[in-house]
Design a protein around this ligand. Structure first.
Ligand code: S3P
Ligand code: PEP
Length: 428
């Protein structure tokens, strides 16, 4: 437990920040680099706890992976060289590691057991286990495989056509990755587009993949070819400082090299629609992903409705968007975000708890929340529910509170943004 107390900030924020590497892309670079033949060098890798779980999983299967700061080198020998891990694999707090690894472990000729921390142990795994079983996977576990711990006896899979019943890039990715080891074609059809980093990276590593709108097909091939990956800055991390810049009077903040993949930029669309003063410069394509520099300045903001297709494009940013909405004039309604109930914690309940403790006018609904602004925030002690995004949202809220904000435990921040407080202090 690391209790943190933040004093009110009575002045503007200014400066430039290079946010750490994207969590989703860092996981996928380790996964594909470990399955590929040859040397993969990953730069700007996110040195956060979740991504280290993915590294450890492949090291336990005999893949030589070395890390020097944010540079990771993988000496891949192809997936047939992966060894059976001697011990159960621990995935900590990481839903992405768990679900993507389930897809891979199902198709390899290995026996594995996987488990996680208290939060991960409550999160639904049947959303991945069900389609993998349709592909012939042998997975067993608590509650008939709905919950961790799970055991997987990998074997030859068969391709399926699967329409995603949930808006989840993790489920899509698990099925596509399993498709690398399946006979025939594996097709995933989405009703609403979710982040497509797996698809982009499979293309870069030479997989046999075709995309047609919301339908993606993978055909098994025997070899992925190592490919260097330069990881963009994480827009989900940048979001905390984009909101800080938008709500703290007089501020101007520039975030450098931020990932701008369209499946992730819902936060930018929301900021612009609410009236934020935001500028994107130097937009360029790096390792198959768009990146650029974003400058945000404080401005008057207005409430909006956020629902439908945009939700997967900003799903992890909803806690910080709720804070943003509390500082906007009028009503903001967030709908269709029921997925928040099954993240690291129930993020609808957690956001409502933290922001109402600090004096915001916020009400939870089954699939979202309604926030009425603009409300001056007060100090207080908040619970971060061991959830990194709730802890960082609480810290940013302290910037517009009129008294000290104490966060019961901020240790979870190292899951996705270990340098968060250094970056925050550099702007004050
Ligand atoms: O694929 C990924 O890397 C992720 C997908 C999202 O989860 P879901 O697929 O469960 O929506 C997101 O919330 C998570 O932080 C990372
Ligand atoms: C939901 C998240 O991650 P994961 O599902 O990988 O635990 C997140 O980072 O907000």
């Amino acid at each position: 437990m690391v209790e943190v107390t933040l004093a009110p900030c009575n002045h503007s924020l200014s400066g430039e920040i290079k946010v750490p590497g994207d969590k989703s892309i860092s996981h996928r670079a380790i996964i594909l680099g470990s399955l590929a033949n040859g040397v993969t060098k990953i730069t700007n890798f996110l040195d956060g706890e979740d991504c280290l779980r993915t590294i450890h999983a492949f090291q336990s299967m005999g893949v030589p992976i070395t890390q020097e700061g944010s540079t990771v080198t993988i000496h891949g020998k192809g997936f047939s060289a992966l060894e059976e891990p001697k011990e159960p694999l621990y995935f900590g707090n990481s839903g992405t590691t768990t679900r993507l690894m389930l897809g891979i472990l199902s198709g390899l000729n290995l026996f594995t057991t996987i488990y996680g921390d208290e939060s991960l142990t409550k999160r639904p795994m049947d959303r991945v286990v069900n389609p993998l079983r349709e592909m012939n996977a042998t997975i067993d576990g608590r509650n008939d495989g709905k919950l961790l711990p799970l055991s997987i006896r990998g074997k030859k899979l068969r391709g399926i056509e699967y329409t995603l019943p949930v808006k989840s890039a993790q489920v899509k990715s698990a099925v596509l990755l399993a498709g690398l080891f399946a006979e025939g074609k594996t097709t995933v059809i989405e009703k609403i587009g979710t982040r497509d980093h797996t698809e982009n990276m499979l293309e870069a590593f030479g997989a046999d993949i075709t995309r047609n709108g919301l339908s993606t097909t993978v055909t098994s091939n025997n070899e992925l070819i190592a490919s260097d990956v330069q990881v963009p800055g994480d827009i989900s991390s940048a979001a905390f400082f984009l909101v800080a810049g938008a709500i703290v009077p007089g501020s101007e903040i520039t975030l450098k090299n931020v990932g701008l993949n369209e499946t992730r930029t819902g936060i930018i669309d929301v900021l612009i629609k609410m009236g934020a003063d935001l500028e994107i410069k130097n937009k360029r394509l790096v390792s198959g992903e768009w990146i650029g520099d974003i400058t945000i300045r404080h401005s008057e903001l207005n409430g909006i409705t956020i629902d439908g297709d945009i939700i997967p494009r900003l799903i992890d940013e909803i806690p910080i968007i709720a804070l943003l909405a509390s500082q906007a004039n009028g009503e903001t309604v967030i709908k269709d975000a029921e997925e928040l109930r099954v993240k690291e914690t129930d993020r609808i309940a957690a956001v409502v708890d933290v922001l109402s403790t600090l004096g915001a006018n916020i009400q939870g609904t089954e699939d979202g929340m309604i926030i009425k602004g603009k409300t001056p925030l007060k100090g207080g002690k908040v619970l971060a529910y061991h959830d990194h995004r709730i802890a960082m949202m609480s810290a940013i809220a302290s910037l517009v509170a009129n008294d000290h904000v104490t966060i019961d435990d901020a240790s979870s921040i190292s899951i996705s943004y270990p340098s968060f407080f250094d970056h925050l202090n550099s702007l004050i």
